[in-house]
Each structure stands twice: as structure tokens, then as C-alpha cells.
Design a protein around this ligand. Structure first.
Ligand code: MN
Ligand code: MN
Length: 327
């Protein structure tokens, strides 16, 4: 492992790799990666976005980044299926959390998130984020999709293509409608997987379909099986820049109860891992895991699931970094 991953104890002067320390020890950065002091030479930044001002029901996702950091101490570097070690393929660090100028004005939060991710984007650093609620993905797209729209593999119980809700356009049910309307997301290169749950109106589902998104409702996923959906996801997003957005409520609440808007009858954790592993070789330019709400997660398992899915996405992003550098 490169010197980048070394930390020096200010007490003993001893150098060590926190990722190799006992997992209950040390300050819990994401995956025990170094806390970055600058963006220089960095390929992938792990970011916390502790914002849940867009939640429509049970709040708490603002606590997600800290608990995911804590549970991510259980992650180790080498992937057991692909044997990928993302930290050897590229340079990875925790860059801390987005700073908010105010906690109480959603419109300003959009600007704060966009500004933060804009700086990463300008420095050529690919972001892997922990939310926060799903509203955060819209300002992330405003930063990373400035030059061209991105495609997306989206795992969620909800399409998040809702219109206004209680007088607001910015909330956790609308990021992909806003992103589509602003030309940041290419709906024809978007697949939404795990959609389910009764609704007041079919309008959001219809919006996704009318814009050309591939919407895989959960009953179809269960019948077709994960391998068939992987193949279809690869075809839909193709070779262009692609973002992975993982809402933990896409999983069955048996696996991820700690979330604001759970819907029973969802993906298993293994199906989700298999799905993500099937996306190797795509041009993954960023990703997030959102809607982990620790107040509803007494065992910490949802945060562990969130950390594990972040690690899966990190491995995909690291291989994509290598591919882009050699292209
Ligand atoms: Mn969502
Ligand atoms: Mn959802």
C-alpha cells in the first residue's frame, strides 16, 4: 500500500496503516481511509452529506454519514469475488462532510452541496457519498454533470421522480425529475430497480416511463432474477459516464430497517451485491448510498449494509479510474 495510506502518530512518531489496525481502534473515517488534507493526487473522495431536510416522513438520515463511517471499520481492502483492492488501484480518501451555511433552508443546502462537489469535480476527483436523504443527489449532479448528462443505475423502492410536494420542488422524492428537467441525467441511460409500494398517484412512475427510463418494478425483478437485470442495466447505461445511486430502502426492511420510508418486499442484500458486482467495467463516475437513518437502526445493521454497498461501489469506481487513466 502506498505512503498515502500511512498515518504518523503525533505521540510516538510511529507510522502505521489505520486500515490494518484492529478494527475497533482508531478514528472512524470511511473504510479507515486517510482523512484528506488536500485534493492533490486524489482519485476518489468519500464524502459525508449529513442533510435530511428533504425527507417526507421519518427523519434521521442526517446521522447516516457518522454511523456509516463507524460501521465501515468492518470493511477490509480486498474484495472476495473480484479480488480487487481499490486502494492499490487508485488513491482514495475521506474528505469529510459537506459544510452547510444554514441547517434550515433547503435552497441554500442545494447550493452548499453543489459548491462542495463542484470543487471535487474541478479537481478531477470522483465522489462516493454517504447521505443524507436522497435529495442530495440532485445538487451532486449539478456539480458532476455540468459538461454532459450522466446515465444512472438507481436502486430504490421509489423512482424519486415526484413533482412538487407541499409546495417544494426540492425534496427526497424529486432528485431525478429535477436532474432530468435540467439535462443533468439522461433518462434513456437510466435504470431504476426495486420500485414498489402503493402510491397516491401513478404520475411519478408515468413520468419516469414517459422520459424513457427503464423502470424495473420489484415483482419483475423477482421473476426475472438478478442476472437478467444486470444484463439489462449494462445495456441501458452502455459505455457512457454512469452514476450509481443506492437508496437503502430499495432493500427489504428485513435487511435495512433503519430508513425513513421503508417498503416491504424488496431486494436482499446479496441480490444488491450481485447486482453491483455485475456492473464491473462500466464507466462509473460517482456513486452514493443514501437514506440510512440511524435513529431507526438500533442494531447498526442498516449502517453496516450502507458501508458494505459503498465498498462495492468503491471497487467499481476504482476500476473505472484505472480504465479512464489508460484510455
Ligand atoms: Mn430514494
Ligand atoms: Mn426510496
Amino acid at each position: 500500500m502506498s505512503d498515502h495510506y500511512l498515518t504518523r502518530s503525533p505521540v510516538t512518531g510511529q507510522e502505521y496503516v489505520p486500515m490494518r489496525a484492529p478494527r475497533f481502534a482508531e478514528i472512524p473515517t470511511f473504510m479507515r481511509a486517510p482523512l484528506a488534507e488536500s485534493l492533490e493526487g486524489l482519485d476518489i473522495a468519500m464524502v459525508g452529506v449529513p442533510f435530511d431536510g428533504g425527507v417526507s416522513n421519518r427523519t434521521g438520515a442526517r446521522h447516516g454519514p457518522r454511523e456509516i463511517r463507524n460501521m465501515s471499520s468492518l470493511m477490509r481492502p480486498i474484495h472476495h469475488v473480484s479480488r480487487v483492492n481499490p486502494y492499490e488501484l487508485c488513491t482514495v480518501a475521506d474528505v469529510g462532510d459537506v459544510h452547510f451555511s444554514t441547517l434550515y433552508e433547503a435552497a441554500k443546502a442545494v447550493g452548499d452541496i453543489e459548491t462542495f462537489f463542484g470543487k471535487l469535480h474541478e479537481a478531477g476527483v470522483a465522489p462516493l457519498s454517504a447521505g443524507g436523504d436522497h435529495a442530495i443527489t440532485y445538487p451532486i449532479f449539478r456539480a458532476i454533470a455540468r459538461e454532459r448528462p450522466v446515465g444512472m443505475v438507481h436502486i430504490d423502492a421509489h423512482t424519486d421522480t415526484w413533482d412538487e410536494y407541499f409546495g417544494a420542488k426540492f425534496h427526497h422524492g424529486s432528485p431525478f425529475r429535477l436532474a432530468t428537467e435540467e439535462g443533468l441525467l439522461d433518462p434513456k441511460r437510466t435504470i431504476q430497480i426495486g420500485i414498489r409500494g402503493a402510491q397516491l398517484s401513478t404520475e411519478p412512475w408515468d413520468y419516469s416511463l414517459e422520459k424513457g427510463m427503464r423502470v424495473v418494478f420489484m415483482d419483475e425483478f423477482a421473476r426475472a432474477g438478478v442476472d437478467a437485470i444486470v444484463e439489462e442495466a449494462r445495456t441501458v447505461v452502455g459505455g457512457g459516464p454512469t452514476y450509481i445511486s443506492f437508496d437503502v430502502d430499495g432493500l427489504d426492511p428485513v435487511y435495512a430497517p433503519g430508513t425513513g420510508t421503508p417498503e416491504v418486499g424488496g431486494l436482499t442484500t446479496l441480490e444488491a451485491q450481485t447486482l453491483l458486482r455485475g456492473l464491473r467495467g462500466l464507466d462509473i463516475v460517482g456513486g452514493d448510498v443514501v437514506e440510512v437513518a440511524p435513529p431507526f437502526d438500533p442494531s447498526g445493521n442498516t449502517a453496516l449494509v450502507g458501508a458494505t454497498m459503498m465498498y462495492e461501489i468503491l471497487c467499481l469506481m476504482a476500476e473505472a479510474v484505472v480504465a479512464r487513466k489508460s484510455a
